[in-house]
Design a protein around this ligand. Structure first.
Ligand code: YSA
Length: 244
């Protein structure tokens, strides 16, 4: 018999990304996409992040040389604006994709990583819908014994804004070195879409409301499989990827 070439398989990030997207599709979400090379307007201004506002510093940006006001998108949130401008509410979308930040890498930070964004706009949308949707999602992804917790936080494009924590994968909530004793790990930013952002998307904030969320897919994969360094996922080391 002819020797067979070893079979390839999907990368762990692709696996978790596809699983996450299909869990949202089961809940009625559509999938949307946008460009990785993005205008400063969509990446920042339209999301209620003014030019000299300190919150711009939260996301170190790669600017495109020789092309003014153009960036490698620092998050998937600009797709919120692009989608709102071209669709009538009500709608519910998720946006998987690559994002880029000009920052030093460490065990939890890469310069290129993946995010999953969500946006739901309708007439009577509340924070309770956000919580219910994410609770369902994380229970399906990590098991029925998973709990979520919302903590007040700030993102210019939401009001109120929250940070979403899930039960620690290692200690299951009792407290350990991974979750620094809290029993929870932070996984996402989220909140109620800011009225200015709805307006920039061409949606009347007096009629419609929305919730949005955005999380790191690499971190979802790390939590799912207990991987303690994000850089392992991009190392190309077959001893790592062949375990999935
Ligand atoms: C917040 C509110 C919304 O209504 C919608 C979206 C968001 C999220 C916002 N756009 C954002 O990017 N927030 S963030 O800077 O805190 O990043 C979100 C997630 O990306 C983090 O929780 C983390 O999981 C991941 N992340 C951030 N920097 C990273 C990273 N993952 C790997 N490497 C990095 N350098």
């Amino acid at each position: 018999m002819e020797p067979q070439a070893p079979k390839g398989h999907l990368h762990p990030i692709t696996l978790v990304l596809r699983e996450a997207v299909s869990l949202f599709v089961e809940m009625g979400f559509e999938v949307a996409q946008g460009p990785e090379i993005e205008s400063e307007y969509h990446n920042f201004d339209a999301l209620n992040v003014p030019k000299d506002h300190p919150s711009r510093d939260m996301q170190d940006t790669f600017w495109i040389k020789g092309v003014p006001e153009t960036v490698l998108r620092t998050h998937t949130s600009p797709v919120q604006i692009r989608y709102m401008k071209t669709h009538e509410p009500p709608f519910a979308i998720v946006v998987p994709g690559k994002v880029f930040r000009n920052e030093a890498t460490d065990a939890t930070h890469e310069a290129q990583f993946h995010q999953l964004e969500g946006l739901v706009v309708g007439k009577d949308i509340s924070l309770a819908h956000l919580k219910g949707t994410l609770d369902r999602f994380f229970k399906k992804l990590y098991g029925e014994d998973t709990a979520i917790r919302l903590r007040p936080s700030f993102f210019p494009f939401v009001e109120p804004g929250v940070e979403v924590d899930v039960t620690c994968f290692k200690c299951k909530g009792s407290g350990c070195n991974v979750c620094k004793g809290s029993g929870f790990i932070e996984v996402m930013g989220a909140g109620m879409v800011h009225p200015n952002v709805l307006s920039h998307g061409g949606i009347d904030p007096n009629v419609y409301r929305g919730f949005a969320f955005g999380g790191g897919v690499d971190r979802l994969a790390m939590l799912k499989w207990g991987i303690d360094d994000v850089r392992l996922l991009y190392s190309g080391d077959l001893r790592v990827v062949n375990q999935f």
